[in-house]
Write a protein that binds this ligand. Structure first.
Ligand code: SAM
Ligand code: DTB
Ligand code: SF4
Length: 354
């Protein structure tokens, strides 16, 4: 059976905006149907985060508590010893999370530290966890070394639209970010790339960010959608709160544009209600950060997450590749057909009658 949505890499801004402008319930239904056509329903992937080098970052990302340009009273820490990282990873392996994501507050990883980074990848991999790192910009050679050491995923976010980007970061360009994503791809690693909602951006910027991600030569396997965590001392700490419904729209549009990708309901869950999180899962989010800390800020602890997931009947999945192209759950085809025939303008050109 053909999947109802073919993968596209040619989305126009007006098409993406048209999705954003749909009635909320229509958008949510479409996203959930796309989700069920590509993934098993009621399952989420769980990753744990560890900051392996904290603070004093030379970059000026206006959202970030770890930038050395702002005073956030964060305690800076140099690169962690490999054994300490592996001890943390052992605990994660027992928690139910399947991926261990190590983050460093660097513009790019210094060559002198690179052998330790590679050792961490090998060590975490040997514990049976999937490995992910986010270390800033990478050269082609560094990407290849990480891939050879067994790094499964590299996280590098586009963060926002190309147009809004310079309001948020001035110390590296959008092009720099795209270059790193290309190096990661060429080295054969899986790409984790997404952005942040709630930095004072316009809806067009949210559409622009998702358009950029969806129009990459291959969709990122993992798309983290972060809600800004406002940290005192950063230039964005007083920005207006994002309406949760607007945030859910971003998740739903990401799901529709990148049907095969894991969409991660990422930073910001600590201050989200259970109902908002439930709507995010309905909109097609199927991945979370698990554990009581993100990199430097709080995340709901495992107890709160277990209660929520139990309430919703959602299980943490064991290994993500086994679930790709899972047979469609229940009768999503029937609903999908009904929706398509009821709303002809939601059909892509190759689905329209001739
Ligand atoms: N330094 C590396 C880099 O920026 O590429 C890796 C670590 S950085 C903290 C990873 C991502 O975390 C950023 O790209 C951003 O999307 C996200 N992030 C950082 N601070 C955040 C905040 N306050 N709220 C939401 N997301 C945030
Ligand atoms: C991503 O998109 N979000 C994570 C992960 N990738 C590295 C980081 C969120 C950081 C939130 C702020 C903090 O805890 O420092
Ligand atoms: Fe540094 Fe990354 Fe924070 Fe930017 S997001 S200031 S690069 S740690």
């Amino acid at each position: 059976m053909t999947t109802p949505y073919s993968l596209r890499h040619d989305w126009t801004l007006s098409e993406v905006n048209a999705l954003f402008n749909k009635p909320f319930l229509d958008l949510l239904l479409e996203a959930q149907l796309v989700h069920r056509a590509f993934f098993e329903a009621n399952k989420v992937q769980a990753s744990s985060l560890l900051s392996i080098k904290t603070g004093a970052c030379p970059e000026d990302c206006k959202y970030c508590p770890q930038s050395g340009h702002y005073n956030t009273e964060l305690e800076n820490e140099k690169l962690m010893e490999v054994q300490r990282v592996l001890n943390e990873a052992r605990q994660v392996a027992d928690s139910g999370a399947t991926r261990f994501c190590m983050g460093a507050a660097w513009k790019n990883p210094p060559e002198k530290d690179f052998p330790m980074i590679l050792e961490m990848v090998r060590g975490v991999k040997a514990l049976g966890l999937e490995t992910c790192m986010t270390l800033g910009m990478l050269s082609q050679s560094q990407s290849e070394q990480l891939a050879s050491a067994g790094l499964d995923y590299y996280n590098h976010n586009l963060d926002t639209s190309p147009e809004y980007y310079s309001h948020i970061i001035t110390t590296r360009t959008y092009e720099d970010r795209l270059d790193t994503l290309q190096h990661v791809r060429e080295a054969g690693m899986k790409v984790c790339s997404g952005g942040i909602i709630g930095m004072g951006e316009h809806r067009d910027d949210r559409a622009g960010l998702l358009q950029q991600l969806a129009n990459l030569p291959s969709h990122p396997e993992s798309v983290p959608i972060n809600m800004l965590v406002k940290v005192e001392g950063t230039p964005l700490d007083k920005v207006e709160d994002t309406d949760p419904i607007d945030f859910i729209r971003c998740i739903a549009v990401a799901r529709i544009l990148m049907p095969e990708s894991y969409v991660r309901l990422s930073a910001g869950r600590e201050s989200m209600s259970d109902e908002t999180q439930a709507l995010a899962f309905m909109a097609g989010a199927n991945s979370i950060f698990y554990g009581d800390k993100l990199l430097t800020t709080a995340n709901p602890g495992e107890n709160r997450d277990q209660l929520l997931l139990n309430k919703l009947g959602i299980a943490i999945e064991g290994g993500e590749d086994s679930l790709r192209y899972h047979p469609k759950s229940d009768n999503s085809d029937m609903f999908y057909d009904a929706m398509q025939h009821g709303n002809p303008d939601t059909r892509s050109p190759n689905q329209q009658p001739h």
